[in-house]
Design a protein around this ligand. Sequence first.
Ligand SMILES: *[C@@H]1O[C@H](CO)[C@@H](O)[C@H](O)[C@H]1NC(C)=O
Ligand SMILES: *[C@@H]1O[C@H](CO)[C@@H](O)[C@H](O)[C@H]1NC(C)=O
Length: 484
Amino acid sequence: MGKLRQREEERLAPGHTGRPRPLRNLLLLLWTLLNCGLGVNAQGPGEWTPWGSWSRCSSSCGRGLSVRRRQCVRFPREELCWGDTHEYRLCQLPECPPGAVPFRDLQCALYNGHPVLGTQKTYQWVPFYGAPNQCDLNCLAEGHDFYHSFGRVLDGTPCRPGTQGLCVAGRCLSAGCDGLLGSDAREDRCGRCGGANDSCLFVQRVFRDAGAFAGYWNVTLIPEGARHIRAAHRSRNHLALMGGDGHYVFNGNWAVSPPGTYEAAGTRVVYTRVTGSEETLRAAGPTSEDLLLQVLLQEPNPGVEFEFWLPRERYGPFQAEAQGQGWSLRQPQPQEVDPQSPESPAAPTVIPPRTLGPTPDPCPPCPDTRGRAHRLLHYCGSDFVFRARVLGRVRQAQETRYEVRVQLIYKNRSPLRALEYVWAPSRCPCPPLALHRDYLLAARRLISPDGTQDWLLLPHAGYARPWSPAEDSRVRLAARHCPL
Ligand SMILES: *[C@@H]1O[C@H](CO)[C@@H](O)[C@H](O)[C@H]1NC(C)=O
Ligand SMILES: *[C@@H]1O[C@H](CO)[C@@H](O)[C@H](O)[C@H]1NC(C)=O
């Protein structure tokens, strides 16, 4: 009982001005006297006074600490109060001006020129960080090979330059998310200090689309407000991330980006790739806008795992959209926490595959690409010019892949195989290629920075003409007009 009351006391203390105190103390006194009168031993701990106010920050710039105190009021036979008499809080002032002497240096320097080691010799002292207890004032005698420990550093001295901890009573303490030093309060997955993960929901799924087509596939929307985002897969495919404005953050437009840290949606996205084994994406969030996670397939998809934590209120809309789009709902969803299941309709585990089939496309007309200037431009600017027969075509959301048989090479910067895939960066390629016909094509080569991927790309409104003897001779002629 006593303990519970004290905890409450601690919690209320900052707001208390101490007014109800005299009454309570009086009651306590009466109660004690009463108990004594009845011959009951007054056991249990005493009572805390309210906390005093926070002291000024220990430093005048940078990080420091401030402290507040309370006292234990107890009767002779009562035990000590339960809890701490001091509470330390981190205070953050504007950064120190360059050249300011650090707190620890100052404390060592206090011994400069004073005889300290029992002899009359004096030394110049500078901090020494190689000693076991970093909250002792260990100072190196400059120009000598020994250090001396002058006891504890003052409270508020950084444990080490560049680290978070501060020394308090000889111990290195770091602040919890409540700002109190030595507190073990941590942010939960939802970003609440000391929370219990209950204001957000965990989404964890595997995108296992069979990947019948190479190219970009939607994996999932990552709604605004998401935290602790991760995605990973093991294959030669690539994750791609698109921002809310429709621009790719990395791996967009058929170009493989280098691994690294990218800024997107107000957070840092760390993208790693170990060639041939694993690719991962991580971001702490919270995100300030929706992101779209995609995968650029070039071999069958063995599964893209992803997870994130979503504020409760965003979960329903996310779930509805995911179902509408058929995102990654074709497999069981392990470990998904969804205590609100009556509100959000149960996710079907099987949805018929999306058919991007033979529906006629409302493709806009293509720009006119006839003429000698256009031919020259593309001939000279391309990596490959060749005659090819179109064997197959696969259309996807944002690109079209042609399978072609290379028949005659006019120009190539690297070897071409007999059968190649040629990509057009649109679902409505310009100019469109018809199946089973021969074309003269000018293509570019896209190579990933690590050299493991390459694609033949037909630029939008590039050079792609039905093959004819006349076009053949024009192309041969073009070769002579390229600048060197
Ligand atoms: C919140 O979730 C994380 C990850 O699942 C877990 O490690 C942590 O212990 C949870 N915190 C609480 C307070 O339950
Ligand atoms: C992928 O998601 C985006 C954003 O919701 C949507 O515009 C696009 O049509 C989707 N693509 C496919 C193939 O579903």
